[in-house]
Design a protein around this ligand. Structure first.
Ligand SMILES: Cc1cc2nc3c(=O)[nH]c(=O)nc-3n(C[C@H](O)[C@H](O)[C@H](O)COP(=O)(O)O)c2cc1C
Length: 336
């Protein structure tokens, strides 16, 4: 399958693994890129630019296919040294950066001077248009379903993607709720040129996280995510657990007066506890509604290959079948 995204990034399949804190290490990124998608190392999980340089080098030892690095621009007072992180990316020979959070505008000259292609992740048409205007090469359009930060507009992908298609000139991928070949074909139908998956890639053999996390994702249903931190305008979709229940209770008590300090125990330092120690009740960690579609823990290659096979079957058999007037049995899955 060739799309504007496979051509832009020089990859075989239009599937990207979004940056994920404490998940997007070299092992996962390399596995995704080796499988023909685009694997992304999460820049800020590496505490210093020097450590990021080492992680990039480790990934380079595992694959010579294109890889990317995620740079998340956080709303913090003590900003990480982004120019140094960008230098590590440039010197590591990485040619693709996924930006997220705040606008990457001030860093675009440095990224472009290094010949880096930028895909900015955003949750609205207006931010996507801004990304296009400041010179981003592509956008990852992140709907309300997504794990992580869906923004404050609550716009699901069924509306957001076709709206993005109406307005954008640069290519975009659908992000949030993507799990398989059905998602890929749906995304292509709505105007996207590929998909970005987060949560689905955590439940893979290569994802370097505790087994409890993978088991937890397989056990959870689409009803098990919660939105937290809305009062702080920093809404995050997370998997519910005891820590999250406590957090929601505090949010109820404080209402609009909620301060970040009120919920520090439930949101700060949670990722290593969950992803490394396997403490599933530690607090808030990102997870998408797509968790309801996760039923197994395949290898990354199995996941990517079956996504592409399923997409092809849906297009060639189910969809063309409708046009050809071939009656089809209604099944739970489009392709059994
Ligand atoms: C555990 C986890 C951690 C994440 N961390 C980041 C991050 O550090 N930076 C970022 O830009 N996106 C992050 N995301 C968002 C993903 O890159 C991706 O946009 C999102 O998961 C897509 O939605 P999905 O989970 O429904 O596939 C994270 C998502 C998850 C599930």
């Amino acid at each position: 399958m060739k799309t504007a995204i496979t051509e832009l990034f020089g990859i075989e399949h239009p599937i990207i693994q979004g940056g994920m804190h404490y998940v997007g290490f070299a092992e996962l990124a390399a596995a995704v890129s080796e499988a023909g998608g685009l694997g992304i190392i999460t820049g800020l999980t590496q505490k210093t630019p020097e450590l990021l340089a080492k992680e990039i080098a480790r990934c380079r030892d595992m694959t010579d296919k294109p890889i990317g690095v995620n740079l998340t621009f956080l709303p913090t007072f003590s900003a990480p040294p982004y120019p140094e992180y960008i230098a590590a990316i440039r010197e590591g020979g990485v040619k693709i950066v996924e930006t997220a959070g705040r606008s990457p505008e001030q860093y675009m000259p440095a990224l472009k001077a290094a010949g880096i292609k930028v895909i900015h992740k955003c949750t609205s048409v207006r931010h996507s248009l801004k990304a296009e205007q400041i010179g981003c090469d592509a956008v990852s359009v992140d709907g309300f379903e997504c794990g992580g930060h869906p923004g404050e507009d609550d716009m699901p992908n069924m509306i957001l993607l076709p709206r993005a298609a109406e307005e954008l000139s640069i290519p975009f991928v659908a992000s949030g709720g993507m799990a398989d070949g059905r998602s890929l074909v749906a995304a292509l139908s709505l105007g996207a040129a590929g998909i970005n998956m987060g949560t689905r890639f955590i439940a893979t053999k290569e994802a370097p996280v505790h087994e409890n996390v993978k088991k937890g994702l397989v056990a959870a249903t689409e009803l098990d995510t919660r939105l937290v931190m809305r009062a702080l305008r920093n809404t995050e979709r997370v998997l519910t657990n005891k820590g999250v229940e406590r957090l929601i209770e505090i949010e109820r008590e404080k209402g609009k007066a909620l301060k970040i300090d009120d919920i520090m125990d439930e949101v700060a330092g949670v990722y290593p506890k969950v992803m490394i120690d396997g403490d599933m009740d530690a607090g808030a960690w990102s997870c998408g509604m797509v968790v309801g579609l996760i039923k197994d823990v395949p290898s990354v290659k199995e996941l990517v290959d079956r996504t592409m096979t399923e997409a092809e079957q849906i297009i060639r058999q189910r969809l063309v079948g409708f046009l050809d007037g071939v009656p089809q049995q209604q099944r739970a899955r489009a392709v059994a």
